[in-house]
Design a protein. Structure first.
Lengths: 654, 209
């Protein structure tokens, strides 16, 4: 009995333990189911977020494709522009090559011309050398003649001295009457001497004539020397001129080529609508501006694209993180599922154990039935209570299972997870709203930009209208002086036209009438028209005469001013003679004492004639400055200084 | 003029005189630069620190004097907004150039004295004004470089854009705007201000065929 009580006790303990374990298992099951639900919800949310992200990714990918298309289009237009520019560059290079060829041709021509010029220069140099030789010979002759003249002059002087001596002797002899014979002798000697002196005077006369001839020759030699000097100068200038000529020829050829190109370009009928270099330059400038604007847009688009790529990368990074989290959650889910299975197995094991215990209890019941005599009512009561308790537990398990089922059917995610999902949903909603707002703002920005562009265009057009002179007739009126140059001009034209019309009508009438009385006479309208024309021409003549008079007056005034300026600044009075020669007279000397006459000839040649008293110093200065250094200003400056010095020494002043 | 120049704050009349004087030299300069009259019809005078060309043609001077006297009165009465010199072809009467000068009243000293002005303007010195005018004159001289050559013989006329209610002498008559009808281009010139009036220049011209 005691053993039976002990067994019952042990069974009860076991039953309690089983019940506890069952409860514990049920709690675990519930907990696992709850966690399973949470994980499923989380999985669903993650799947939704994954879907959204995929949508975003698809949208961004689409945008990226659009941007890439825009970029490709911009690059294509840029390539087109580049191709156009390259074509133009090629054209320009071809033109440049042509110009270079032309230049080479021109250079060859220039070389040929230069060789011809060199030949001419050589000829001129030879002519110059021959002239120089002639000049030297003439100089030698002149020098010889001068020496001869000097020697003869000294001889004449000597003879004059002797004559004077003889006359003195004669006078002395006359005073002495006693020497009559000697006197006769002396008279004879005197007559001889006189005849000799006459001969000498004749000779001197001849020599003087010869000298005059040589002086004239000397003048012509001076002229020749001047010509030689001017030729030398001309030769010296030839090099500069040749260089200048070559440069100018090259320029002319270049300009002709350019002109021909422009002409060709202007003659070519194209669809560009550019009919002048200005329009072309303008169109080119506009295209450049457009190109810059497009480049600016392209840069902006590239920048936007870069920003979007960055956003895309960020989103992809977020996507990767989310995928990682999903993987982690799936792993957790797998682990949880495994735990659930294990727990379910342990639950079924516990159920089996419970069944076993129930069977054992049933066997106990059967044993008690078979042993009714020895049954203890108290024990039976306890067993009955235990059975009731067991029934209650079963009922409780059923209720709990029912509740679990209900809970599974109706329950949502747990509060903390729901909160998280709400946050995510609100954030997502907010992001979408922001995206919408950004898209709307961008669209608005584009619209505003378009509006700004159209307004700019409108402003430009309005400014152009204002520039053209448009006005509001309601508030403004345009006035002109009734008697204005334009009206006067058109009145004259109208009068001429009216007169011509009348004349024309009259002539036509006369022609139609044929042989009338006044057919051969001049129509009065013709006369009137001619009168109008005559008046117009007379007015024109009066205008021209007035203009000419004004010019003459101005010229006279200016010429006097220039002469005064030259006199005060350079010290020379400038007179232009009737034959075109220029006479210079220093302000420090009288005109009859010294003046210089300049005559300009052809080929930049000229002569200088010095009138008045000349001195050796002046001749030396002329030789030095004019002949050797070919500087007339220096010669004139020397004369001025010398005359000023002379005047100062003699006590006067300028 | 002296009242305008000597006082620190320029008067309306003084400002109008400066503007009229500017127009006188400006119109003469345009007539010379564009070759509407032969060069011997002009003589050089020193003005604005530049050698300006002034006409000695008596009929031309009389016309300009008559126009500018009236323009001065309109400027003083604030009844003129634009002064336009129209250059037209004698043969076709077509307008080839329009030299337009907008006259804006920046501040009316009669209704808004300097010390009561909400935005007090610094009075401009004569030197500054002349420097601004000289810049316009230089620009007019330089405009010969870009303006098309006037191949045909041309004449000119001066138009005044006045207020509808402005007093008009009997010698003046209404005109149309004389616009350039085709191939028009325009270049804005510099402006100058007397601190009472601002004058803005603009030249519109017809490009060749």
């Amino acid at each position: 009995m005691n053993r039976k009580d002990g067994d019952v006790q042990a069974l009860k303990t076991e039953k309690r333990k089983l019940v506890d374990e069952n409860l514990k298992l049920q709690r675990n099951v519930l907990e696992l189911e709850r966690r399973n639900g949470e994980l499923q919800l989380k999985l669903e949310n993650d799947e939704k977020s994954l879907e959204n992200m995929e949508k975003n990714q698809a949208f961004l990918f689409q945008r990226n494709e659009e941007l890439s298309k825009q970029l490709a289009e911009a690059q294509r237009s840029r390539n087109d522009d580049k191709r156009t520019i390259d074509t133009r560059l090629t054209d320009l290079i071809t033109a440049n090559q042509k110009l270079r060829d032309n230049l080479a041709g021109v250079l060859e021509d220039a070389k040929r011309q230069s060789a011809a010029k060199d030949l001419k220069i050589t000829e001129l140099t030879e002519a110059r050398n021959s002239l120089t030789g002639r000049v030297h010979e003439c100089e030698k002759q002149v020098r010889h003649a001068t020496e001869l003249a000097h020697s003869r002059q000294s001889h004449v002087d000597l003879m004059n001295t002797k004559l004077a001596d003889c006359e003195a002797i004669v006078r002395q002899l006359r005073s002495h009457q006693n020497v009559h014979d000697d006197l006769n002798t002396l008279r004879k000697q005197l007559s001889e001497q006189t005849s000799y002196i006459r001969k000498m005077e004749d000779r001197v006369q001849k020599l003087t004539e010869e000298n005059r001839y040589y002086r004239q020759t000397q003048e012509s030699i001076d002229v020749l020397r001047e010509q030689k000097a001017s030729q030398d100068r001309q030769l010296a200038l030839m090099d500069t001129l040749r260089t200048r000529l070559a440069t100018l020829e090259v320029e002319v050829t270049t300009l002709r080529g350019e002109k021909a190109q422009w002409k060709r370009f202007l003659e070519d009928k194209d669809e560009s609508g550019m009919d002048s270099p200005y329009a072309l330059s303008k169109a080119l400038a506009r295209q450049r501006l457009d190109f810059r604007i497009i480049r600016g847009h392209l840069d902006e688009e590239i920048e936007k694209r870069n920003r979007r790529e960055e956003n895309l990368a960020r989103v992809e990074e977020q996507l990767r993180q989310m995928a990682k989290r999903v993987e982690e959650m799936e792993a957790q889910h797998d682990r949880d599922e495994r735990t659930i299975k294990r727990l379910e197995k342990s639950k079924s094991l516990s159920q089996k154990e419970t069944e076993f215990l129930r069977e054992q209890l049933r066997s106990y019941d059967l044993e008690e039935v078979t042993m009714t005599d020895d049954a203890d009512t108290a024990k039976l009561d306890r067993l009955a209570r235990l059975e009731e308790l067991l029934e209650e537990h079963k009922q409780r398990i059923t209720e709990l299972e029912q509740e679990l089922q209900n809970f599974r059917n109706t329950a949502g995610p747990p509060p903390n997870q729901r909160l998280h999902a709400e946050d995510v949903a609100s954030a997502r909603k907010e992001i979408m709203e922001k995206d919408h707002a950004i898209r709307a703002l961008e669209a608005e920005k584009v619209m505003l930009e378009r509006e700004v562009t159209s307004l700019d265009q409108q402003v430009t057009e309005l400014l152009a209208d204002l520039g053209r002179g448009e006005y509001n007739p309601k508030t403004t009126r345009i006035l002109q002086l009734a008697d204005n140059p334009e009206a006067a001009e058109y009145a004259i034209r109208a009068a001429t036209l009216a007169a011509l019309k009348a004349e024309n009508d009259a002539l036509r009438k006369q022609l139609l009438e044929g042989t009338g009385i006044g057919a051969r006479l001049l129509p009065v309208e013709t006369y009137q028209a001619l009168q109008v024309q005559c008046e117009k021409l007379e007015r024109g003549i009066a205008e021209e005469a007035k203009k000419s008079l004004r010019l003459r007056e101005v010229f006279q005034v200016k010429a006097n001013e220039i002469r005064e300026v030259v006199l005060s600044l350079f010290g020379y009075r400038l007179d232009i003679e009737l034959d075109g020669r220029v006479r210079l007279t220093s302000k420090y000397v009288k005109p009859e004492e010294l003046s210089m006459v300049f005559n300009s000839g052809e080929n930049n040649m000229g002569t200088m004639e010095i009138n008045g008293t000349t001195s050796q110093l002046l001749n030396d200065a002329r030789e030095h400055y004019v002949t050797r250094h070919e500087s007339i200003p220096a010669f004139l400056g020397f004369i001025t200084l010398e005359l000023f010095r002379h005047l100062e020494e003699s006590g006067g002043s300028g | 003029m002296s009242t305008a120049r000597n006082s620190k704050q320029i008067t309306l009349r003084g400002s109008a005189e400066i503007v009229v004087e500017f127009f006188e030299y400006c119109l003469n300069s345009i007539l010379f630069q564009r070759g509407l009259y032969p060069p011997e019809d002009f003589r050089p005078v020193k003005k604005y620190g530049l050698a300006m060309m002034v006409a000695i043609n008596e009929s031309l001077n009389a016309y300009l004097r008559q126009v500018l006297t009236q323009v001065g009165e309109w400027i003083t009465a604030n009844a003129i907004t634009k002064l336009v010199m129209v250059i037209s072809s004698k043969d076709t009467r077509e307008v080839v150039e329009r030299w337009q000068f907008n006259i804006l009243l920046e501040r009316d000293p009669r209704t808004e004295p300097a010390h009561h002005s909400s935005v007090p303007l610094e009075p401009k010195s004569e030197k500054v004004i002349q420097a601004e005018i000289a810049a316009i004159m230089r620009q007019i001289t330089a405009s010969a470089s870009f303006l098309p050559l006037l191949d045909d013989p041309c004449t000119f006329n001066i138009l005044a854009y006045t207020d509808k209610n402005a007093e008009v002498p009997a010698t003046w008559a209404e005109s149309d705007a004389r616009l350039i009808t085709r191939n028009a281009e325009q270049v804005k010139l510099r402006s100058f201000s007397t601190s009472v009036h601002r004058v803005e220049g603009l030249v519109a011209y017809r490009l060749g065929e």
